[in-house]
Design a protein around this ligand. Sequence first.
Ligand code: ADP
Ligand code: MG
Length: 323
Amino acid sequence: MSTPVLLEAKALRKYFDMGKDKFVHAVDDISLTVHEQEIVGLVGESGSGKSTFGKTILGLHDKTAGDVYYEGERLPDVYKAEDFKKYARKMQMIFQDPYSSLNPRMTIGEVVGEGLKLHSQDSAKQIHERTASWLERVGLQADHMSRYPHEFSGGQRQRIGIARALIMEPDFVVCDEPISALDVSVQAQVVNLLDELKSSMGLTLLFIAHDLSMVRYVSDRMAVMYLGSMVEIGPADEVFFNPRHPYTDVLVGSNPEPDPESERKRPSTAIQGEIPSPINVPAGCRFANRCPKVMEQCHTVTPQMIPLAQEPDRQVACHLYSA
Ligand code: ADP
Ligand code: MG
């Protein structure tokens, strides 16, 4: 991407303290640069740390280690109330589950207007007007404001979640599986809405999903996570059609949604073995015990993300490749 860097995570780490000296290594040493108006897709099996990464860069989890920069400014390790106030207008999250993330006792008007009420100087009348206009902008009606979340379908609730985030007019949005809880017929409508809002608002997105063909469709670049670490990143089509990391290869091959245009090869081997515990992460490559191409050093030496010599815009963390 030729646009300037908007967000940069450097060696970001988020461990959850489980007591008795046990830590869940949910995000372990992840670096990512996102350029203005870019869409970066983030994929990986459930539990690989995608949501934790998204929340940690937004300050919704305290960082364990590492740095996050936004427009070149280092973000706090632990957010205080004034930090949320400052960054709520710049960075927002659309949550994974439109059922559990909406407070059932708040009206839709309160849900959508809450950010402005907490983090802006706008009057009640202004907030009311903006809420009405945002409900219409996401394809709902202004007079839905006095209703409650349970009165809406899954797709409508996801639209409410989108209005709630975008009413703040952020530049950067983490979309955490914004469509995975929805019926297939509704998914495309929500993706189209996000696409249209992305273009009209000039948004930059981190798009988390486990449907790889959807991520390929919406994203400029695709990043692949496995057990808290990043294993591959590159142009979305390249990663999807020509995966380099053995994990990406099996992940693409096991994608439940076959892509009709796809000419990609099926992986030679299906994924095998148990995913290790994120509390006792193995030494060396975390994928080694399931990897069809495992070599001796994979069990001891942790592979680093390196740009490939032939494809400098692709980085892979695997001993099969050298820079
Ligand atoms: P994904 O979004 O890729 O499914 P998550 O980020 O939700 O993955 O989870 C990554 C790992 O962190 C998982 O092992 C999960 O159980 C653990 N985890 C997530 N949130 C918490 C939490 N608040 N406390 C403890 N462990 C957590
Ligand atoms: Mg998640």
